[in-house]
Design a binder for this molecule. Structure first.
Ligand SMILES: [Cu+2]
Length: 116
């Protein structure tokens, strides 16, 4: 690729290439912001009911049911107030592990977040 550059333009083109490559390298070393994940609560079900995410991911639960639901982690890492229709609850997972949760109003409703 560089063989195509003339002696006059090569250093400048190479400098631009290095600058671009450095920018990419720098960006690559920054902690990536994990995309948020949405979990829907509808018809007494969490969708998805089980999902695997990266450390640092924020999960946003939205109650799309017409009755209230409330989230509680089995090991008490998080707990929401009762969510009315349209309400959301967010939690950012900063530690790897398996987080099982349920609806404290309807304990048969269960979900799981696996953080890697
Ligand atoms: Cu519920």
């Amino acid at each position: 690729m560089f063989a195509a550059f003339t002696r006059a333009t090569a250093p400048r083109a190479f400098a631009a290439f290095v600058a671009a490559a450095s920018a990419v390298a720098l960006t690559g070393t920054l902690p990536a912001h994990a995309a948020d994940i949405a979990v829907k609560i509808d018809n007494f079900t969490f969708t998805p009911d089980s999902t695997e995410i990266a450390v640092g991911t924020t999960v946003i639960w939205t109650n799309e049911d017409d009755i209230p639901h409330a989230l509680a982690a089995s090991e008490r890492q998080f707990k929401s107030h009762a969510l009315d229709t349209g309400d959301t609850f967010t939690y950012t997972f900063t530690q790897p592990g398996t987080y099982e949760y349920f609806c404290s109003l309807h304990p048969h409703m269960k979900g799981k977040i696996v953080v890697k």
